[in-house]
Design a protein around this ligand. Structure first.
Ligand code: HEM
Length: 428
């Protein structure tokens, strides 16, 4: 096979390199990181019967990401599509093109600006919960990940669907548990090629649990969509504004769902099913990514008191003694905090790997890769490459000072991916 001209670890017939990764997430991750170091700058593996190439330096990553041809996601994304359908993350070709065009205005900063109070309200709840935890724990370490994740879930629910799941105050919610469980089940399946065929997966406990979670998740979004739709129609019929909140507890803001409903009513371009797949996509893409970024950010602030002190000073400069909630304009003044977030996403990018599938022959560096070859892009491996970031494990926000970033390859920093299929929620 053409792909075998590229160096890579020894393979077994039929199963390729799959056995090496059919282990815990942690082990699979460590193994992959080690391989990317050994075979830098280009590696091949076989995931079961499927060949995969791993471009590991920014130059070749740029070739893939800037291409308008290579926009089809790798086979693994198929395991999410029972949940997310062919929404923006998983779709390809003309469906993806038209959806991306339709949804881009929903992420305009004018829309995002009205969400800042939602961030502030939910963060205030998180701070109170953290204070209580620290007190009741006698200042012993607190696992912040579930707390931060619940906060992120509340934020994304309110901004994407205009409804609250109150995950911070009701962590027993069925929807919240299903959300947690399904992501674990998907990763478990990805790492085990014998679970890839649907008919096998469906017969296993993993498959049955997956279906159960799916029922809860789809049931929840379907309900919210129906409720919002009825409300939307009622308002339209009575001549009220369709999406600026009402007196039954909704805040004065437009959730993504309201925008989708407007699109569907206006031009009939979105069916209920279309709306659900996009809302589910935002829920999936928008909560775990932000929760991990916030958790790692807090972790690094905790480990680096000097960095923490500089953030405090910056905030004091902006707010003085005022206890008011931050505004969108305030955010743009938090230059140092922005570098802290950038450095967090360098060291611990929430989406540490993305995948593509070759659909028309791909050529670079004297190699030719036929249709059907998988492409894995290891964002984390690029971000931790000592050739691009000296002393890569060191947490140093000043790497992102303009003078220090000068001359760095633009594809050496890609936490939100890049090119036509980059993250639509990156300003969020
Ligand atoms: C720290 C936060 C985030 C990070 C690091 C992140 C990262 C990424 C990355 C790397 C991709 C490319 C995925 C791929 O090619 O497979 C992506 C795509 C996407 N992200 Fe984000 N994301 C974040 C937050 C969000 C939020 C808050 C939303 C929505 C509310 C969102 C919605 C999406 C969507 C819909 C796509 C698919 C875009 C397309 O294919 O056209 N993301 N994100």
């Amino acid at each position: 096979h053409e792909v075998d001209k590229v160096p890579g670890p020894p393979t077994l017939p039929l199963i390729g390199n799959s056995l090496s990764f059919a282990t815990s997430r942690e082990e699979a991750y460590k193994k992959m990181m080690q391989l990317t170091k050994t075979y830098y700058p280009l590696m091949r593996t076989w995931m079961g019967p499927n060949p995969v190439i791993h471009p590991l330096d920014p130059r070749t990553v740029e070739v893939i990401l800037t291409s308008s041809q290579h926009i089809t996601k790798s086979l693994e994304y198929g395991f999410i599509s029972d949940w997310l359908g062919t929404g923006l993350l998983t779709s390809t070709g003309s469906k993806w093109h038209s959806r991306r065009k339709l949804l881009t205005p929903a992420f305009h900063f004018k829309i995002l600006e009205q969400f800042v109070p939602v961030f502030a309200e939910n963060t205030a709840i998180l701070v109170e919960i953290l204070k209580k935890k620290i007190k009741s724990n006698n200042s012993a370490p607190v696992n912040i990940v579930p707390l931060v994740t619940h906060c992120a879930l509340d934020i994304i629910c309110e901004t994407a669907m205009g409804t609250s799941v109150h995950a911070q105050t009701d962590s027993e919610s069925e929807y919240v548990s299903a959300m947690y469980e399904i992501t674990d089940l998907i990763v478990y399946r990805m790492l085990r090629p014998w679970l890839h065929p649907d008919f096998i997966h469906d017969m296993t406990p993993t498959g049955r649990n997956f279906k159960r979670c799916l029922k809860t998740l789809h049931g929840f979004t379907n309900n919210v969509i129906q409720e919002r739709k009825e409300e939307f129609r009622r308002r339209k019929a009575s001549g009220e504004p369709t999406h600026d909140g009402d007196d039954i507890g909704m805040k004065k803001r437009t959730a993504f769902l309201d925008l989708l409903l407007e699109m569907s009513e206006g031009k009939g371009e979105f069916s209920d099913e279309d709306i659900r797949e996009e809302v589910d996509t935002f829920m999936f893409e928008g909560h775990d990514t932000t929760a991990m970024a916030m958790s790692w950010g807090l972790y690094y602030l905790g480990c680096n008191p000097d960095v923490q002190q500089k953030c405090v000073e910056e905030l004091e400069e902006i707010f003085g003694d005022d206890n008011r909630a931050p505004t969108y304009t305030d955010l743009s003044q938090m230059k140092y905090l922005e570098r802290v977030i950038k450095e967090t996403l360098r060291l611990r990018p929430s989406v540490f790997m993305i995948g593509r599938q070759v659909t028309t022959d791909l050529k670079f560096d004297g190699f030719s890769f036929p249709k059907g070859t998988g492409i894995y892009l290891h964002i984390i491996s690029i971000h931790q490459n000592p050739k691009l970031y000296p002393n890569p494990e060191k947490f140093d926000p000043d790497r992102f000072l303009p003078e220090n970033a000068l001359g760095r390859h633009p594809y050496a920093y890609i936490p939100f991916s890049a090119g036509p299929r980059n993250c639509i929620g990156l300003i969020f």
